[in-house]
Design a binder for this molecule. Structure first.
Ligand code: FAD
Length: 322
């Protein structure tokens, strides 16, 4: 029996949904293969998240708690992850693919002499390794990759798996942590939040995305109203981030964010390949466009051909009634 370890990422005082999706999948893999599934949470208030983790079936939760983990810093995080990896000795260490993960995954793999499969959309265990699918070339191609070895690190795109609750009474293991000032190679000076209070697009269950068809403040107001009624995050095509209408952090696509929410509503977006690369894995895609030949309709589950300025007001009113 081997161990599958899952990293639980914390952001803004909450467990990242994408980490619990990965834990849910690891639990299923563990049940199928007779393995154990464990989790590690590293945060200034790590113990407060144990209950939330137990709901998703980890049999053991490693807790690394220290004020240094209040904000993401790669040196202490790498040290803590390496310590836990050496203690838990997992055959697979699975992460949600987040900005923070991207910052440390390569270093952790080098430090632990492990194979690494980053940013995959699914993975399975094989004899002596892990095989995974990874969208590449603007999601036009799915590459099948396999890593062999007794230690494989994998990071999984958000929205790749459903949450499955599976309550267990996990053993809680507190891991001591200390770090001298001198060990810190860099210190954090300031965090500047790019998009204020907007919903994190990587965690959002629904996204309303605006394109060049949204021409003015009236259109932007409709986008905001639709997002509010759906409790959705707001995204944008590059046409509107480059025009300065929406913050660059909200851009979706090849050179923006890659998202896979349950619901993606593309409003006034043509569906250029570079945009589609960032949202094609969304579970349900709705397109609103006045051009019936717009390429976005080729990947949409539901399409509405019409002028967004005429279509959205009654659509929003109907949604408010639900
Ligand atoms: P357009 O292509 O101009 O489409 C606007 C759409 O709105 C049209 O289909 C039109 O019919 C519709 N419309 C107009 N008025 C209305 C109305 N009143 N009601 C309803 N519909 C209306 N783009 C990205 O989005 N993300 C990226 O990450 C990205 N990366 C890129 C990287 C590279 C290297 C390159 C070369 C390009 C990249 N692009 C990216 C740009 C991309 O090629 C497109 O130019 C861009 O996605 C177009 O944005 P759009 O769909 O909003 O605008």
């Amino acid at each position: 029996m081997s161990t599958i370890l899952t990293h639980i990422a914390i952001a803004d005082g909450k467990i990242k949904r994408s980490s619990l999706e990965v834990l849910s999948h690891c639990k299923q893999l563990a049940e199928q293969g007779g393995h154990s599934v464990e989790a590690v949470v590293i945060d200034a208030n790590a113990s407060s998240f144990v209950e939330g983790i137990q709901k998703y079936g980890a049999s053991k939760v490693y807790v690394v708690e220290d004020p240094i983990f209040k904000n993401h810093m790669n040196t202490p995080l790498l040290k803590a992850l390496s310590n836990v990896m050496e203690t838990a000795n997992p055959s697979v260490f699975a992460f949600a693919s987040t900005e923070g993960t991207k910052d440390i995954l390569g270093a952790l793999a080098a430090n632990q002499d492990a194979a690494v499969l980053p940013d995959v959309s699914s993975f399975e265990l094989t004899e002596g390794g892990v095989k995974a699918k990874r969208p590449v070339m603007a999601a036009k191609i799915i590459s099948n990759t396999e890593a062999k070895g007794d230690k494989v690190i994998v990071s999984v795109r958000s929205g790749s798996y459903d949450l499955v609750e599976n309550e267990t009474s996990a053993e809680v293991v507190k891991v001591d942590f200390s770090m001298d000032e001198g060990e810190l190679k860099a210190t954090l000076k300031e965090i500047i939040s790019a998009s204020g209070d907007t919903i994190d697009l990587n965690e959002a269950e629904a996204i309303v995305a605006a394109g060049r068809g949204v021409k003015d403040e009236e259109g932007q107001k409709l986008i905001s109203e639709l997002a509010e009624v759906l409790n959705a995050g707001i995204g944008a095509s590059r046409a509107l981030t480059e025009a300065g209408v929406y913050d660059p952090s909200l851009q979706i696509g090849q050179t923006g964010k890659v998202v896979s929410p349950q619901l993606y509503i593309a409003v006034g977006i043509s569906g250029a390949i570079q945009h589609v690369a960032g949202m094609a894995n969304s579970k349900v895609i709705v397109a609103i466009n006045k051009d019936a030949d717009a390429p976005i309709f080729e990947i949409a589950d539901y399409g509405l051909v019409g002028d967004l300025y005429k279509v959205l007001p009654p659509f929003i009113e109907e949604l408010k009634k639900i």
